[in-house]
Design a protein. Structure first.
Length: 180
């Protein structure tokens, strides 16, 4: 039995990518389209029966001609109604509004994070320049307050439902403030 050496590098990667794309296209092309039908009838004791499988229709339901009414106990086949465009448009509008609100919230959080970082750096610089003990204690309290506000902002960001690409942006800005 002979084994052929495997190619390394870009040629093998391109070939695997092409095979993967062809497989996906085949799967998409071979996917059957589905259209559901609903069968309904009224049994002899007056109960309405619905199913999507004609094999499950009770034996006391009878097939009727087109001229008979379905309300007379006949069997009717009803296509699923299409979704009207208005609810879809409304849903897309709601999704766009939600995305816009998330984007605005993210921008506010970024701005707050940048302000906290600049405030922290200014207070830290002031801490290293002070020689008075009471001023140093006050400055350390300010740093603790900034860190508490940082932690609250991080909690808000974690609780917010942000898209994956935006999740780490505020945390990345706040890495300038150490956790200690």
């Amino acid at each position: 039995m002979k084994f052929l050496p495997m190619e390394n590098g870009a040629g093998a990667t391109k070939r695997l990518t092409a095979i993967f794309i062809v497989l996906i296209l085949l799967l998409i092309g071979l996917t059957p389209s589905v259209q559901a039908q609903t069968y309904s009838c009224v049994t002899k004791d007056g109960k309405r029966f619905f199913t999507d499988d004609p094999n499950l229709i009770p034996p006391d339901c009878r097939k009727v001609t087109i001229n008979e009414k379905a309300s007379d106990g006949g069997l009717s086949i009803v296509d699923s109604p299409p979704i009207p465009p208005d609810p879809v448009r409304d849903l897309l509008g709601e999704i766009n509004e939600r995305r816009e609100k998330q984007s605005q919230q993210l921008e506010e959080w970024k701005k707050t994070a940048e302000e906290l970082v600049s405030e922290y750096e200014a207070v830290r610089t002031r801490l290293f320049r002070t020689t008075n003990v009471s001023t140093e204690l006050q400055t350390r309290r300010e740093i603790r307050d900034i860190k508490a506000r940082r932690d609250a902002l991080l909690a808000n960001v974690a609780a917010g439902k942000l898209p994956f690409r935006d999740r780490g942006t505020v945390e990345e800005i706040l890495t300038a403030i150490p956790l200690d």
